[in-house]
Design a binder for this molecule. Structure first.
Ligand code: B12
Length: 209
């Protein structure tokens, strides 16, 4: 099997040792860093598809994301030296009052796996901190997470705070168990996704539109 195929397979299986050694082999063989990155992203795409189809669950996704992360730690300096940067940036956080972060972290990992630069603001993030991050990082996407019906209204205030910045280009997407597409429409967000794999499809679609 070629280094790139074994790398893709290692990410799909969440085998971090094999993923890391495949990246090292591919680099030693002087394969283009972009091709190595593409193999990693293909592996994570497959993980996303199987997660969406309920063929695998959160633990498998976390294990695959760890294999991706460790591979990226080796590949990233080579990509930077070659002038290859993620094309798109996303900011993500859980809205104020809410400390749940498992789903938000999963979405962040899947976005990284899709080769987005992800700035994670953490949990309990006030609207003004999201707005500040939009001004500082000029992201293409902002993702808001909420797991409590009592913190969902904070998504609305956050959307309003972001819309007040001068950045009219940024797309705001929502997620979290109590959130719905109707709610996203109601508060003027650009999209909603019910799981981490759909969150990748959603942002790719929004960026392409
Ligand atoms: C784990 C958990 C906790 C942990 C959180 C640990 C952590 N680090 O996150 C702890 C113990 C701290 C906790 C605390 C509380 N919790 Co809690 N918690 C849960 C639990 C069991 C699981 C949530 C979870 O992680 N799910 C797994 C992840 C993978 O799923 P997910 O979060 O839905 O994320 C997916 C999607 O929603 C989507 N998504 C998520 N975010 C985003 C963002 C974007 C941009 C996009 C596109 C998609 C997206 O993609 C994710 C991956 O596929 C839920 C019950 C449940 N089954 O949901 C209750 C639950 C959410 N908690 C609840 C409550 C009430 C609380 C507390 C108020 C309890 C208390 N009295 O103290 C506190 C609140 C603390 C606070 N201020 O936030 C209630 C909420 C009820 C409601 N209607 O509001 C629930 C539903 C339990 C229940 N049935 O009563 N909780």
């Amino acid at each position: 099997m070629s280094f790139l195929l074994s790398l893709e397979e290692a990410v799909k299986q969440g085998n971090r040792n094999s993923a890391v050694s495949s990246v090292e082999d591919a680099l030693s063989a002087k394969l283009p860093p972009q091709d190595i990155l593409d193999a990693l992203v293909k592996g994570m795409d497959d993980v996303g598809r199987r997660f969406k189809a309920n063929a695998i669950f959160v633990p498998e996704v976390l294990i695959a994301a760890r294999a991706m992360k460790e591979s990226m730690a080796i590949l990233e300096p080579v990509l930077v030296a070659a002038g290859i940067q993620p094309e798109y940036t996303a900011v993500i956080g859980t809205v104020t009052g809410d400390l749940h972060d498992i789903g938000k972290n999963l979405v962040g990992m899947m976005w990284r796996g899709a080769n987005f630069k992800v700035i994670d603001l953490g949990t309990n993030v006030p609207p003004e901190k999201f707005a500040e991050a939009v001004v500082t990082h000029k992201p293409d996407i902002v993702g808001l997470s909420a797991l409590l019906t009592t913190t969902m209204p904070n998504m609305k205030i956050t959307v309003e705070a972001i819309r007040k910045t001068s950045d009219s280009r940024v797309k705001i997407v929502l997620g979290g168990a109590p959130v719905t597409q109707d709610y996203a429409d109601e508060i003027g967000a650009d999209g909603y996704a019910s799981d981490a794999a759909s969150a990748v499809d959603l942002v790719r679609k929004l960026i392409a539109s």
